[in-house]
Design a protein around this ligand. Sequence first.
Ligand code: NAP
Ligand code: F7E
Length: 358
Amino acid sequence: MAKIAFITGVTGQDGSFLAEFLLEKGYEVHGMVRRSSTDFHERIAHLEDTPGFHLHYGDLSDSLSLVKIIGQIRPDEIYNLAAQSHVQISFDVPEYTADVVATGVLRVLEAVRTCGLANSCRIYQASTSELFGKVEEIPQRETTPFHPYSPYAVAKQYGFWIVKEYREAYGMFCCSGILFNHESERRGETFVTRKITLAAARISQGKQEKLVLGNLSSLRDWGYAKDYVECMWLMLQNQVPEDFVIATGQQHSVREFCQKAFRYAGIELEFAGQGLEEKGIDIKTGNVRVEVSPQFYRPTDVVNLLGDPSKAREKLGWNPQKTPFQDLVRIMMEHDIQKVKGESRPLNIRGKRTGATT
Ligand code: NAP
Ligand code: F7E
């Protein structure tokens, strides 16, 4: 009998890679999708006719839909990946973020209990390095105290603790992966790495004038999303439910990401100036290609994330360096150089077609 997995957030970056990964392992995969006015799910469109892949309408804010789906499919494993996952946007929609990112986790756990699956169903919760926030230790590991620093992170803190509570109170197999930033060619276009790779590709093809960013000095431990979904699965195959930090153990700045991405597109950038006056200049032409705007600064920003993946390496046998930083940038740039070749409409200087602010 094939194992049955249920993925919330299947249309997202991680959900789409995880669905592919589990289908390859022979799982029957069920994903939850929200109704939207554009019913095209770009990241999973290629999977929709795959035998063993099924979609169900539902929402993390709607307990009844969760009970209905979970009761019907009776999964062996649940991967709770759905979230309002943009940190900056969580300052704009804090109440909605709390409802989905915090209470949503509780709804999944309670749906499992309601359906009588508390003893059989294993649950993965998508926790985050944002829990470390205004960091109290470098590098951050499983024992590092949390200091969440955005409405998103505060909501994720609830998710982390309610999972731990249900594990201890009801003996459920539920655990959190504390994942550091992971990126890919499927990353949402307003996260900083993808914003940079798309802009570098467009600028090199004369389709965008410049890229406007926020804090260039922010430091992140960036990995490749495809490698990270394997770890989610490994955590549910473990003997006991435990929480793990998942990271590469290497750190780079937003500025450095820009330089590497632009170099891939044939543009050598030199940064000059400080703070809001800092600029990324094309060494060959003298053109300013990167500028800073307060629009992309956050009321509170997390600026020094570096994970220690030792526990995952030792206990799960996971390789944190499978895709090194330069390969991640290359994968994203190769994809985006091809992607923007098809675009004709010029973009505004933020590389966007709308007036949205992220
Ligand atoms: P993503 O690309 O933003 O995908 C989020 C997914 O959640 C989408 O499928 C989205 O559906 C769905 N969703 C949002 N609100 C929902 C709701 N109310 N009900 C049901 N589904 C909803 O995020 P990701 O990068 O794949 O991240 C996956 C998870 O890991 C998230 O929980 C995120 O917070 C967490 N995380 C991510 C990272 C990272 O670096 N990527 C690191 C640590 C933790 P639509 O397509 O309909 O919008
Ligand atoms: O920002 C800085 C920004 O939005 C990274 C989510 O997946 O990872 C993600 O959250 C850094 C921040 O990701 C711009 O201030 C500068 O310091 O790419 P990001 P994030 O906030 O780290 C964690 C682990 C999650 O859990 C989240 O779900 O880059 N930055 N200039 C910028 N960021 C953006 N978005 N846009 C800028 O123009």
